[in-house]
Ligand binder design. Structure first.
Ligand code: THU
Length: 135
């Protein structure tokens, strides 16, 4: 259960991260914030490239930021876009690697939007349990 104060901090962090987005091609800046199991907030923005396919989404930037800090579990997600848009499929998959059915808030630039959950966004997802034992 995420308390209201933490939720508001996450929403503020996602909206702040969006200000740093590098999105000159799509002109669709995205900010994300994830709550790590260590209680810290990890932020990310989309980072585009002139070679378009190399662009990285905000959610994945935030997850990679968290993992790079030594934390491999997240408890909540916020995504901030101009229109409270939904995360792409690739980001849903990457989020499920490090999370259970956590709350996800999809908000606009002012922090207004809706709440859903990760498994609602990606039901019946592919996970490590589908892979053969690596031993
Ligand atoms: N984008 C994200 O950052 N997250 C998503 O979940 C959807 C798309 C970015 C990628 C690209 O920089 C821009 O939004 C337009 O697709």
């Amino acid at each position: 259960m995420i308390d209201d104060t933490t939720r508001d901090e996450l929403i503020s962090a996602a909206c702040a991260a969006r200000q740093f987005a590098y999105a000159p091609y799509s002109k669709y800046p995205v900010g994300a914030a994830v709550l790590g199991e260590d209680g810290r907030i990890y932020m990310g923005c989309n980072v585009e490239n002139a070679s378009y396919g190399l662009s990285n989404c905000a959610e994945r930037t935030a997850v990679f930021n968290m993992v790079s800090a030594g934390v491999q579990r997240l408890l909540a997600v916020v995504v901030s876009t101009a229109n409270a848009g939904s995360p792409c499929g690739a980001c849903r998959q990457v989020l499920t690697e490090f999370a259970g059915d956590v709350p996800v808030w999809l908000v606009d630039g002012e922090g207004n939007g809706r709440q859903t959950t990760l498994y609602a966004l990606l039901p019946d997802h592919f996970g490590p349990e589908h892979l053969p034992d690596s031993d």
